[in-house]
Ligand binder design. Structure first.
Ligand SMILES: [Zn+2]
Length: 432
């Protein structure tokens, strides 16, 4: 029996709905980016110095204490926020005078309701407003993508909030720079776009401490993220990292992972990070101007050893495509691409020409044997377009996914390989 596209969608949705790696609910499609320590909630307070406390998690929470009350910087994802709140409030029960949100991703804003008190000021960069609306506008799309990428359970769809239906929490929105003093401690807040266009950095001169959100973490950045994103501009990252380096910080506190201490180490790490991004950006631009297509650049551009900052979260190949298509969009000069029929619309003709899906599955298996798992995925795409439940093709596909998973060192790639494995397995398990 052939499987209709509705049936495939149903299978996909059931896989998502039953996925329960953690009991977390991917709230209303709120977007999260989580480079390290995926899904692990911190269980202790880290004392960074006499005034700065933090708890690590799927988004860290920071508390800066002053004699007139506390400032909270980022609030983690909702499922971790309660624990963070409990641990930090036990350290210092002073009033929360300010909450500063480095950006509007859900793994930074999830604890706002827990920290907000009457009179608490909530500070964000002015682009926060559009970013929150954008996330609410596409909540249905992103809830499915987030659940798949992070292995979360699928939230109930809810009703569409409309184009401007996001909940805007901040009471203070600024453009380029905002500063305030609390208990004699001066807080300077700078617009530092990078991972998002509402991104900010908090600089406390007294402690020489910079809170950098997600503009630095221990991997090449997610200049494109597979769950979907508007363009993230490589040159924004470069400029914002330069802003942070210009402070000459002694402590850098990223919103994922551990603090970095000491200006020499901070300078070494942030400079290398900046230069890696700049290198990839410039190579893409040079290639584009030389007339190279995006796939050629995805294969050709590699980081020099001195700039190899790892790809455990972001990835060069997706970032190269993100930079290329961020600048110029999707058209590849092929006239067939101008129209509304994808290559897959003629795959059934190819299968007919091959004498049926068995022949394609056989070549896919040869590719699997040779270790060319990506070719096997493409071939099974062709066979499954003609017969979505073709057993040999599904089996070859599973083996290809297994090979890719065994080689995989990237959290996001692993998330999508796992998701595809679940979808493929559940199609195989269904009665013919
Ligand atoms: Zn984040």
């Amino acid at each position: 029996m052939r499987l209709s596209s509705h049936r495939v969608l149903f299978v996909l949705m059931s896989v998502l709905a039953t996925s329960n790696v953690i009991a977390a609910r991917c709230q209303q499609g709120i977007i999260a980016d989580n480079p390290t320590d995926l899904l692990r909630v911190g269980d202790k307070v880290i004392k960074v110095n006499e005034a700065i406390r933090m708890v690590q998690g799927f988004g860290n929470t920071f508390m800066v204490t002053t004699s007139e009350g506390n400032v909270i910087i980022d609030t983690s994802i909702a499922v971790h926020a309660r624990k963070h709140h409990q641990l930090l409030a036990a350290e210092n029960s002073g009033p929360t005078k300010y909450i500063i949100l480095t950006h509007a991703h859900g793994d930074h804003t999830g604890g706002v309701p827990l920290w907000k008190e009457p009179g608490t000021q909530i500070i964000a960069q002015k682009n926060h407003v559009e970013f929150v609306h954008y996330q609410a506008r596409l909540a249905g799309f992103y809830s499915k993508r987030n659940a798949a990428q992070f292995g979360l359970s699928l939230p109930s769809p809810g009703t569409w909030a409309g184009n401007y239906g996001g909940k805007i929490e901040p009471t203070i929105l600024f453009d380029e720079k905002y500063e305030f003093t609390l208990g004699g401690v001066k807080f300077e807040i700078y617009w530092t776009p990078g991972e998002t266009y509402d991104h900010l950095t908090v600089w406390i001169p007294k402690y020489k401490a910079a809170f950098t959100g997600d503009n630095y973490y221990e991997s090449f950045p997610n200049i494109y993220t597979l769950r979907g994103t508007e363009p993230r501009w490589a040159l924004d990252y470069v400029n914002s990292l330069n802003t942070v380096l210009g402070f000459k910080p002694e402590i850098v506190l990223p919103s994922h992972g551990r603090p970095i201490n000491g200006n020499p180490e901070i300078t070494r790490r942030l400079t290398r990070y900046r230069d890696a991004i700049q290198y990839v950006h410039d190579e893409v631009v040079k290639g584009m101007n030389a007339g190279k297509d995006v796939y050629t650049l995805m294969r050709e551009i590699k980081l020099p050893a001195a700039l190899d900052i790892g790809e455990s979260y972001g990835n060069l190949v997706w970032s190269i495509r993100g930079i290329y298509e961020g600048y110029v969009g999707w058209f590849d000069l092929n006239p067939a691409t101008m129209y509304d029929r994808p290559p897959a619309s003629v795959y059934p003709d190819v299968v007919k020409l091959a004498g049926g899906p068995d022949a394609i599955a056989a070549i896919a298996n040869q590719r699997v044997q040779a270790g060319d798992a990506v070719a096997a995925l493409h071939l099974t795409d062709i066979a499954l377009a003609a017969d979505p439940r073709h057993r040999r093709s599904l089996e070859a596909r599973l083996k290809a996914l297994e090979i890719l998973r065994s080689r995989c060192k990237n959290t996001n790639e692993r998330g999508w390989l796992d998701f595809s494995t679940k979808v493929t397995t559940s199609l195989l398990d269904q009665k013919q």
